[in-house]
Design a binder for this molecule. Structure first.
Ligand SMILES: *[C@@H]1O[C@H](CO)[C@@H](O)[C@H](O)[C@H]1NC(C)=O
Ligand SMILES: *[C@@H]1O[C@H](CO)[C@@H](O)[C@H](O)[C@H]1NC(C)=O
Ligand SMILES: *[C@@H]1O[C@H](CO)[C@@H](O)[C@H](O)[C@H]1NC(C)=O
Ligand SMILES: *[C@@H]1O[C@H](CO)[C@@H](O)[C@H](O)[C@H]1NC(C)=O
Ligand SMILES: *[C@@H]1O[C@H](CO)[C@@H](O)[C@H](O)[C@H]1NC(C)=O
Ligand SMILES: *[C@@H]1O[C@H](CO)[C@@H](O)[C@H](O)[C@H]1NC(C)=O
Ligand SMILES: *[C@@H]1O[C@H](CO)[C@@H](O)[C@H](O)[C@H]1NC(C)=O
Ligand SMILES: *[C@@H]1O[C@H](CO)[C@@H](O)[C@H](O)[C@H]1NC(C)=O
Ligand SMILES: *[C@@H]1O[C@H](CO)[C@@H](O)[C@H](O)[C@H]1NC(C)=O
Ligand SMILES: *[C@@H]1O[C@H](CO)[C@@H](O)[C@H](O)[C@H]1NC(C)=O
Ligand SMILES: *[C@@H]1O[C@H](CO)[C@@H](O)[C@H](O)[C@H]1NC(C)=O
Ligand SMILES: *[C@@H]1O[C@H](CO)[C@@H](O)[C@H](O)[C@H]1NC(C)=O
Length: 446
């Protein structure tokens, strides 16, 4: 074959090849770009200008935080926490145009109006985050068709209505964050179907009814936050079977009854919050089995009886809140690394534990209005970390100038209504941040 014939062939080949490249790049699905631009045009004017600065050029796959797969189809749509918060609704965002969407994150914007049920048609959606906007209306039950969804957050909006019973169909979900909305009605028992669930946060809603016993099905749960609702009834003993739990928060509800002894099975628990309920009975001694616990808050209930001695076994306990209950008896010998030790407004007797500030990290000590007696333990004398000391309304005794050291970080010291004596020493003046020193109703002079 004459060589001059080869050239055109090569040329034709090159032309064919490059035209293939061209056609593949021009095959970027313009339906998706048009859908995004149509949405942009529906937003508030200031927002449109802002979005135009992010979404630059003809290829939407190159726009800031829009991601595409290798065929040029949109997989990611993200707008989050920009200073110019994107303001508008989702009414004009046609989700049916994005069959390959995997991540949808519209977080910390100023979006409002209803959550479109058509999001439920995004069969590949894995990550849905609409938190920190002002969406209202109900959670569309169609969203429960999202079989691939693993992360589902609607937190910090104004969403009302009940949690759809269909939620049990979200077979891939591992994180559900619906906190700080206006959700009402019960926690659906079907939620127990979500065997992959690791984190359930329904804090700060208006949920009613009881904590479903079926929650025992959530064997992989590590964080369960139902605080700040209107749940009533008692704490099901089945909670003790959720052995992966690391955080358990039932605070701020209307729970009654006592703490089930099964709670002692939660050996991975680090945070336990039952404060502000109507729980009663004594605190079970099994609490001493929570060997990982760091923060325990049972304040504002009707607990009675003594603080279990087993609490002294909790070597990681740093924050203890038992104020506003009806606890009596002596304070058991406790561990020494407390940062918060709050037992005010109970009926406790006897002395303070010796080693409260041995760890040297105690910030706040509050035992107001009990019937505690005896001198102030020596570990408190030079507890430089103290920020607030509230001992009012007890029967403590001792010479005020010997019992207390200098607390350079303290802003409030309350010693009123005790049996302290001695002379008020000028050293209190060395506490530069001290704004309140209460000493009335003692035998203090000077
Ligand atoms: C945007 O501004 C135009 C005039 O500049 C006005 O007619 C229109 O109503 C505004 N649209 C929105 C959504 O604010
Ligand atoms: C899509 O979002 C995920 C999660 O934020 C991220 O890891 C990934 O890199 C993004 N892909 C594109 C193409 O933007
Ligand atoms: C573009 O995507 C839409 C759906 O989003 C689809 O109906 C249409 O066939 C696609 N067009 C091309 C050229 O791929
Ligand atoms: C979207 O999902 C609904 C069910 O929620 C279904 O009836 C409808 O046909 C779907 N639309 C498309 C275009 O897939
Ligand atoms: C959020 O939406 C609710 C209900 O639509 C409305 O009453 C409220 O004013 C909105 N809040 C803000 C900050 O836009
Ligand atoms: C429980 O999950 C299975 C499989 O994921 C699903 O078929 C079933 O409908 C779910 N049941 C409920 C009550 O949601
Ligand atoms: C949602 O709850 C908040 C606080 O509980 C309340 O101030 C607000 O009015 C409620 N919004 C709606 C739409 O119910
Ligand atoms: C439980 O969670 C762990 C991660 O903490 C994960 O590796 C495991 O697959 C989960 N089990 C189920 C049944 O989802
Ligand atoms: C919970 O409260 C509802 C009404 O708000 C009441 O009907 C129900 O009996 C209460 N349940 C328990 C166990 O106290
Ligand atoms: C503290 O723990 C030890 C060892 O686990 C155990 O023998 C003891 O009974 C516990 N003390 C209390 C008061 O629970
Ligand atoms: C107190 O906590 C510190 C820091 O976590 C640790 O190093 C120390 O061993 C603890 N003290 C005791 C007595 O456990
Ligand atoms: C006093 O208070 C100020 C402001 O609250 C704080 O920044 C400062 O660290 C405090 N000083 C001491 C010695 O704690």
């Amino acid at each position: 074959m004459p060589s001059f014939l080869l050239l055109p062939f090569k040329l034709i080949f090159v032309l064919l090849f490059s035209s293939h490249i061209l056609s593949s790049s021009s095959s970027i699905n313009s339906t998706e770009a048009e859908a995004l631009l149509k949405w942009k045009a529906s937003l508030h004017n200031d927002t449109q200008t802002f979005l135009s600065s992010l979404w630059v050029g003809s290829n939407h796959c190159n726009w800031v935080r829009i991601g595409c797969d290798s065929t040029g189809s949109v997989t990611n749509i993200t707008l989050r926490n920009y200073e110019s918060r994107v303001r508008g609704t989702l009414d004009n965002l046609n989700f049916l145009s994005f069959p390959n969407l995997i991540y949808l994150r519209l977080v910390g914007d100023a979006l409002y109006g209803p959550i479109p049920s058509s999001i439920g048609n995004l069969s590949k959606l894995n990550y849905l985050d609409l938190a920190y906007n002002n969406f209202s209306g109900n959670i569309p039950s169609e969203l429960c068709l999202l079989k691939s969804l693993s992360f589902f957050s609607l937190g910090f909006n104004s969403i009302s209505g009940s949690i759809p019973r269909e939620i049990g169909r979200l077979s891939s979900v591992s994180i559900i964050l619906f906190m700080s909305n206006n959700l009402t009605g019960p926690i659906p028992t079907q939620i127990s179907n979500l065997s992959k669930l690791q984190y359930l946060d329904l804090n700060q809603n208006d949920l009613t009814g009881t904590i479903p016993v079926s929650i025992v099905g959530l064997q992989n749960l590590s964080q369960l936050d139902l605080g700040g609702n209107r749940l009533n009834g008692s704490i099901p003993k089945e909670v003790g079977m959720l052995r992966s739990l690391y955080l358990l928060d039932f605070s701020g509800n209307s729970l009654t009854g006592s703490i089930p002894a099964s709670i002692g099975n939660l050996s991975n628990l680090v945070y336990l919050y039952f404060y502000s309920n109507y729980l009663s009975g004594s605190i079970p001694s099994e609490i001493g089995l929570l060997k990982s616990i760091s923060a325990l808050d049972f304040a504002g209930n009707n607990f009675s009886g003594a603080i279990p001695i087993s609490i002294g076994n909790l070597t990681r306990l740093e924050r203890l809140f038992l104020s506003e209950n009806s606890l009596s008896g002596h304070i058991p010998q406790t561990y020494c690394n407390f940062t918060y030790f709050q037992l005010s407004n109970n009926h406790l007797t006897g002395p303070l534990p010796d080693n409260l500030c041995l760890g040297g990290v105690l910030f706040r000590l509050g035992v107001v209005n009990n019937s505690l007696t005896g001198p102030i333990p020596s570990s408190l004398r030079d507890c430089k970390s103290l920020i607030r000391v509230r001992l009012e309304g007890n029967h403590f005794t001792g010479n005020i100038s010997e019992a207390f050291g200098i607390y350079p970080n303290s802003d409030r010291i309350g010693l009123s209504d005790n049996n302290f004596f001695g002379e008020l020493s000028p050293k209190w003046g060395l506490c530069p941040n001290l704004t309140s020193l209460r000493i009335s109703n003692n035998n203090i002079s000077g």
